[in-house]
Write a protein that binds this ligand. Structure first.
Ligand SMILES: CC(C)(COP(=O)(O)OP(=O)(O)OC[C@H]1O[C@@H](n2cnc3c(N)ncnc32)[C@H](O)[C@@H]1OP(=O)(O)O)[C@@H](O)C(=O)NCCC(=O)NCCS
Length: 211
């Protein structure tokens, strides 16, 4: 399902792949088995969009700067659009993480190869909080919310992290950021400790997942 540099994810297929057409099975039995297999599955049963992840290029810094320059996107990330230099540094750092660790915050592309955001994992970049742990993170341009892009991308990212030997991940989510908390829950992450961000003094919930 996943290639190293680009992959397509379709929800439902992992659950349905093993159902074999068997002459003795009726459609009612099929339906019952399918419903049973989907019970408790944290990921939605709706089809996820096709997405692609790539290591951020130098040009992606410009794309991230443009697509994230929206007060809604930045509401829990400092409140206002960041300078281009922030994304220059961030994308360069991700290329280093990819080279050294085999994972990073990947640029997220939609079906038409437009840059719509990022999803992936990096070492937690602060001294406070889960220092030394691997943080999974996501950010989408405002026009791309509500379509399942980040859930699709994060499932691919988790597969890549397992392949890279990462054993567990954290997600640090502002307590008011309901949409981000919903992503963490959809991935099956468990809420753990709540910390106070040193600069904003806001509570931040740590979600954890063993891979
Ligand atoms: C956090 C953020 C990435 C969540 O985006 P999102 O679009 O809600 O998340 P997903 O891509 O997983 O999509 C889920 C949404 O798509 C809908 N959806 C459609 N098809 C879906 C599918 N197959 N599977 C899951 N959700 C689907 C869901 O219903 C949900 O929308 P809703 O909440 O309006 O019902 C986005 O709000 C964002 O970028 N925020 C600003 C940056 C930020 O706060 N980042 C996190 C810092 S911790």
């Amino acid at each position: 399902m996943c290639s190293e540099r680009g992959s397509v994810v379709t929800a439902g297929s992992p659950q349905t792949r093993n159902l074999r057409a068997d002459g003795h099975w009726t459609w009612a039995v099929y339906a019952a088995v399918l419903v049973d297999r989907l019970k408790g599955c944290p990921v939605t049963k709706r089809a996820l969009p096709a997405v692609r992840l790539r290591v951020p290029t130098h040009e992606d810094a410009f794309a991230w700067h443009e697509v994230f320059a929206d007060p809604d996107v930045m509401e829990f990330l400092g409140g206002r659009p960041a300078e281009l230099s922030v994304y220059m540094e961030l994308t360069a750092r991700q290329r280093r993480h990819d080279a050294e660790l085999g994972h990073c915050l990947w640029t997220l592309l939609d079906e038409e190869d437009r840059v719509v955001g990022f999803t992936g994992a990096q070492p937690w970049p602060h001294e406070w909080g889960p220092a030394g742990e691997t943080e999974i993170g996501w950010r989408l341009g405002r026009g791309y919310w509500g379509k399942g892009y980040v859930t699709a991308a994060a499932l691919t990212a988790l597969d890549r992290l397992r392949a890279a030997g990462v054993k567990d991940v954290v997600a640090m989510v502002d307590a008011r950021n309901e949409r981000s908390a919903a992503v963490a829950r959809r991935l099956g992450m468990e809420p753990a400790e709540t910390l106070t961000a040193p600069r904003s003094r806001r509570p931040v919930r740590c979600y954890r997942l063993a891979l």
